[in-house]
Design a protein around this ligand. Sequence first.
Ligand SMILES: Cc1ncc(COP(=O)(O)O)c(C=O)c1O
Length: 386
Amino acid sequence: MKEMNRKIEGLTDSVIRRMTRISMECGAINLSQGFPDFDPPEFIMKRLAEVATAGPHQYSPTWGAYNYRAAVAKKVGMFMGMELDPDKNVIGTIGSTEAMMATLMAISNPGDKCVIFSPYFENYAAQSLFNSIEPIFIPLVPPKFTFDADLLEEAFKDPKTKCMILCNPSNPSGRVFTKDELQVIADLAIKYDVIIITDEVYEHIVFEPHKHCYIASLPGMWERTICCSSLSKTYSITGWRLGYIVANETLMDQCKKIHDFLTVCAPSPLQEAVIPGLEAPMSYYKELQAHYQHMHDIFTQGLDRIGFNYSDPEGSYFIMVDISDFSHGMNDVEFCEKMAREIGVAAVPGSSFFKEDVNHLARFHFAKKDETLYEALNRMEKIRTL
Ligand SMILES: Cc1ncc(COP(=O)(O)O)c(C=O)c1O
């Protein structure tokens, strides 16, 4: 057989999805891969049932059904404080995952560099690799996960730096970057002519008093930001695989060339069924936020009771927990495997998110029913016996 793709030789499977497999093998409560165990909103499920008989069941236009794009334009425009044109500024994608891949393919040439904060969501390194882009990792330093603006400037200064991937609110750190921090990034992007690719899938999961700010809405940034986001988390439909790219017409035309041939279109019945979600009133987002605050509080109070130290997340549904006091010399990978098999709770070893040598953390997610969280915490009480 002739040589396969050399670029992916060293690529291992996703640690997050591996932990899910281990969790299923040993019947653990899966707090590793982030998805809810509760239902999507009733009004979306009702519409899904109607669409099953009424359709559509065939391909939508490649950029997304017009009503899907119109609903995204209206909803995103309202939150970003901008007027968006469904034809010029929106593409419907297969989740944020496709949105980001299509974006990277659309803007990069082999040898380009991309700035990524570390710890990072593992897709970013893989998708950079697929596109022969070299990541420049800039540390977000635990426990506060702040960055050094001078280090960031060094990375932007590199003439090969084409873009920065900005995950905000951030998985796994839970950071919600302040407007001042975003302004630092925006100033550098303008100064060094760098494109910002946002991944804002947790835009509606932010804990008081923190506020999500869209970097695209800062002065001079609409010209150089490609916003990628998803309906997976906002409407608790990670399996529907719906997302979008929002950008100015020039950047969008470039992304359209890739999306057209990459996927044809996102699932058309699901684009139709999610429209009541996209049209939901502001109270929906307030309730979502309150629900996540509630799950956050159950989980952090449980961690306090057991005696864990952790970085309290400002947003997202992840929490980075310090395992040093409980690991008895095990590294984070050994600890997480043992915890899944012997305690019955699965988390992700923190080292899988860091470029730096950090192996005293584990990432848990708390997008779960109350009873699931209480049961997980009950099991975790036995952690000292590991
Ligand atoms: C930061 C981040 N981006 C993207 C995704 C994937 O989003 P989607 O389901 O829209 O592909 C996830 C899923 O966990 C995520 O945490």
